[in-house]
Design a protein around this ligand. Structure first.
Ligand code: ASP
Length: 437
């Protein structure tokens, strides 16, 4: 079989007991040769993640306050794991050096990255595997933008000669040697980068849930797990708010055609969710794969008689938005109406300016703003071949007495998006879910 790259999230490595589970998962399959750890996460509800403690240390240090008490919590957590695992390593000298270095750095990335760094050191020692400092193999350019091809070459070269290794997640370095992190949750990205570099057969992402849920569990009680979804479906669901994986983690593996398997460290025999370029070869009867959504959008409806025959109308509207640096989400249009859907946070300061500029360049009959709209995406590649999906969806919303303000269905038929009043959001998600599940 091929190589498996296994990334473990912070909850999977929060204490020595979790380290033991991780070791047994890794040793149970010889194909699991490269492992990417996050920093230790929360052990209980009000606990703090190591990464959060480290960000706090940096902030205290750079606002002239003492951070020794905060840093001592970091030291304690790592020392406890080392002692509970009965490892023969003394991290104290390096931890004390790190404490001093945090105050010398000009940005928080170095501090934040040390959670993954020390976690990786401990895990490598515990497994008896090589440790590779991510600063040596994950590269960012001078502007701090991730350099995928440079990284891929160097990582592939560095890992090709090794049987097994631990590469800490979340960070790399810039040409100056300065440590740079990805955005929060970025160990997922490192895992995907490593999977691409070694040409893995599978990228395993171990977390504390058994996979991707069909809907938000805060809205639907105990939603069904998705056993298989394509990268395209995942992209649609993540874009609309579903979270399990960091969004940027999808690109390196998707590009290389490597499937991602979301697994649960606390239930390792559960197959989890498989995310792949292609649909499940075993076939799949479901019509929809998942539902996701967001509140706080505004619909801008621009009306003008005979709009359909006016050349350049749409371009002029969109140029106004582009000039103001506003990105739009959807563009459902009618014969004499053009509707633009924009997230409220994009719109904030610009409402009057948009009206003025559209009036000036397009001379519309009216411009209407409807705020407080929620968008719901019902995603599923199965919709293409099934007649009546849209009708079932809209009937379910009608039966629940929910007014649909906007509809957008791309020709890929992967996704039907509806806009409803924000106050109806949860009920609408429920109505759609129970219609199909
Ligand atoms: N430790 C980092 C964070 O908490 C990165 C990660 O866990 O993926 O965001």
């Amino acid at each position: 079989m091929g190589i498996k790259v296994s990334k473990f999230g912070g909850s999977s490595l929060c204490d020595a007991e979790q380290f033991k589970k991780v070791k047994s998962i890794l040793l149970s399959d010889p194909d699991r040769r490269f492992v990417v750890p996050s920093a230790p996460g929360r052990r209980f509800k009000d606990d703090e993640k190591i990464t959060d403690l480290l960000y706090r240390c940096y902030k205290l240090a750079h606002t002239g306050q003492s951070y020794s008490e905060c840093f001592s919590q970091v030291v304690e957590r790592f020392c406890e794991i080392v002692s509970d695992l009965q490892l023969d390593i003394d991290l104290l000298p390096e931890l004390h050096e790190t404490e001093k270095e945090i105050a010398r750095q000009d940005d928080p990335d170095y501090a934040a990255s040390r959670g993954e760094y020390f976690c990786g050191l401990i895990l490598a020692r515990y497994l008896g595997w090589d440790f590779i400092d991510a600063a040596e193999v994950i590269h960012f350019d001078r502007q701090g933008v991730f350099a995928p091809e440079w990284t891929n070459e160097q990582l592939a070269e560095s890992l090709s000669g090794r049987e097994r290794a631990v590469i800490p997640g979340f960070y790399g370095s810039m040409p100056s040697g300065q440590v740079k992190t990805f955005s929060r949750g970025g160990s997922d990205i490192t895992g995907a980068i490593v999977a691409r570099a070694v040409g893995a057969e599978l990228y395993e992402n171990w977390t504390d849930v058994s996979g991707f849920l069909m809907a938000d569990p805060r809205i639907i009680d105990n939603p069904r797990l998705i056993d298989w979804l394509t990268y395209r479906e995942l992209r649609e669901l993540s874009y609309m708010g579903a979270t399990v994986l960091h969004e940027d983690a999808i690109f390196p593996v998707r590009k290389a055609g490597i499937p991602t398997n979301i697994r649960n460290t606390n239930a390792p025999s559960h197959p989890g969710t498989m995310i792949a370029v292609d649909p499940n070869p075993a076939g799949d009867e479901r019509t929809i794969t998942g539902i996701a959504g967001h509140k706080n959008f505004t619909l801008i409806s621009i009306d003008k008689a005979m709009m359909n025959s006016e050349l350049g109308f749409g371009r002029r509207v969109l140029s106004v938005l582009e000039d103001l640096g506003i990105s739009f989400e959807h563009l459902p249009t009618g014969i004499d109406t053009m509707c633009v859907v924009i997230a409220d946070k994009e719109l904030e300061r610009h409402k009057q300016e948009i009206i003025d500029r559209i009036e000036e360049s397009c001379h519309p009959d009216s411009i209407e703003f409807t705020s407080g709209v929620a968008l719901i995406a019902t995603v599923g590649r199965g919709m293409v071949n099934k007649r009546g999906t849209a009708s079932r969806l809209f009937r379910a919303l009608a039966v629940a007495d929910i007014n649909v303000r906007m509809i957008d269905q791309g020709s890929s038929e992967l996704n039907i998006i509806v806009g409803v009043d924000g106050k109806d959001f949860e009920r609408a998600v429920s109505a759609i879910y129970y219609e199909f599940v």
